[in-house]
Design a protein around this ligand. Structure first.
Ligand code: NDP
Ligand code: MG
Length: 401
């Protein structure tokens, strides 16, 4: 067996989510190449149990201790060969197991930061979906990747597309490799053409009904506000060493062109495909080779036309807020992310309206001046402060984000 085809042993952080399910789908197609070493989630132990019964990992971990207890009892009852760990420590343990070479970071939100950072320090190949890790602590995380000898492969579809369009061996210096601009595409979400006057009344169901992608509820709301694209600008800055003015966003409602790289000679390289997360996941799992992902072929003649437009700042203020946070630097992106997580949770709970999400984020950024972030603790403190201010703004201390 050549090294490119050695069995990859994989931990999935966030196995029960949308990215987790797509990852397991790709893994199941290639049992000779990929083995599941550990599966983790927050508290949904029953879906996790089904995954454990199917993939029989040596380890599983749940953040929630009570759910972990129920899972451990069920694992024993069913005679499965899986040790059950719990708590933040359990997540970090399965992210750093010596026998694991690849960690899929697909927990939603800031909760993904600590185990992803632990995987970086342990030198793992990290397939990064959890963009919040880079938004909260970009400099700390990139330094940990380098110090730990880890390999970072983006599976966020846009960043995976850019990764595929950059020259091989690209090491984070656009000018050195003739890269003029990175172009992130954005679908525009479910409210791309909704009359602005109707947005105040938008419901969680409408916000989560994404026209192209089926994703978790939090990122679906972020797509509706375009905060997701703002977080992705920050993600691209850290992943590719690009300055803010080297990163542009273009709306592309068909979600066929997943992003583009423009070179100084005028060439623009794009990666295209049907909107299905199994493509970027398979690309990163098999990298540098390729494996089938179960994705249907792209039939351009049937699609006929592709459209592009500039994002409207009045419709999508969150995009501008994220760019401003990147310009401010330090803790500002973490503040923004924290305020957004609190506001999105409140919106999904029907505690606030859709337009309040941007208002809470803007006010949190205005109230908390940017401070330097040079450690995990700094990032977590910025996250805590951002959440506290957002909760205060919402006037509801009990928002569970
Ligand atoms: P989901 O909401 O579908 O799944 C989230 C997963 O994270 C679940 O397994 C959940 O476990 C787990 N989880 C939630 N909170 C915690 C916690 N505190 N500790 C440990 N595990 C936790 O999210 P998605 O799969 O949609 O998104 C995951 C990440 O990938 C996000 O960062 C998102 O931005 C990113 N991403 C997603 C894309 C998509 O297409 N879905 C595209 C690009 C990026 P449980 O089931 O127990 O709650
Ligand atoms: Mg994306």
């Amino acid at each position: 067996m050549s090294s490119a085809q050695a069995l990859r042993r994989i931990t999935i952080l966030g196995a029960t989510g949308s990215i987790g399910a797509s990852t397991l789908d790709v893994i199941a197609r290639h049992p000779q190449r990929f083995a599941v070493a550990a599966l983790c989630a927050n508290r949904q132990w029953q879906p996790l149990l089904e995954q454990i019964a199917r993939f029989r990992p040596a380890y599983t971990a749940l953040l929630d201790a009570q759910a972990a207890g129920e899972l451990a009892a069920a694992v024993r009852r069913e005679g499965l060969p899986t040790s059950v760990l719990c708590g933040p420590q359990g997540l970090c343990e399965v992210a750093t197991l010596p026998e694991v070479d690849t960690v899929v970071a697909a927990i939603v939100g800031a909760a993904g930061l600590a185990p992803t950072l632990a995987a970086a320090r342990a030198g793992k190949t990290i397939l990064l979906a959890n963009k919040e890790t880079l938004v909260l602590s970009g400099s700390v995380f990139i330094a940990a990747v380098s110090a730990g000898g880890a390999t970072l492969l983006p599976i966020d579809s846009e960043h995976n597309a850019i990764f595929q369009c950059l020259p091989p061996g690209y090491a984070g210096s656009p000018e050195e490799r003739g890269v003029r601009r990175i172009l992130l595409t954005a679908s525009g979400g479910p409210f791309r053409v909704t009359p602005l006057s109707a947005l105040a009344r938008a419901t969680p169901e409408e916000a989560c009904a994404h026209p192209r992608w089926r994703m978790g509820r939090k990122i679906s709301v972020d797509s509706a506000t375009m905060m997701n694209k703002g977080l992705e600008v920050i993600e691209a800055h850290w992943l590719f060493g690009a300055r803010r003015e080297q990163i542009d966003v273009v709306i592309h409602p068909e979600s066929i062109v997943h992003s583009l790289v423009e070179y100084v000679d005028g060439s623009v390289l794009a990666q295209l495909g049907n909107p299905d997360m199994r493509t970027p996941i398979a690309q990163a799992l098999a990298w540098p080779s390729r494996v089938a992902a179960g994705v249907s072929p792209l039939e351009l003649a049937q699609i006929g036309a592709l459209h592009f437009a500039a994002p409207d700042p009045a419709r999508f203020p969150c995009l501008g807020l994220a760019c401003a946070a990147l310009d401010a630097g330090g803790s500002a992106p973490a503040t923004l992310n924290a305020a957004n997580e609190v506001a999105v949770a409140a919106f999904l709970d029907r505690g606030i309206g859709f337009l309040d999400i941007a208002a809470v984020c803007a006010e949190a950024l205005a109230r908390l001046p940017a401070r330097p972030v040079s450690s995990l603790d700094d990032a977590l403190e910025a996250d805590r402060a951002g959440r506290a201010v957002a909760r205060e703004l919402l006037g509801r201390q009990a928002v569970s984000a």
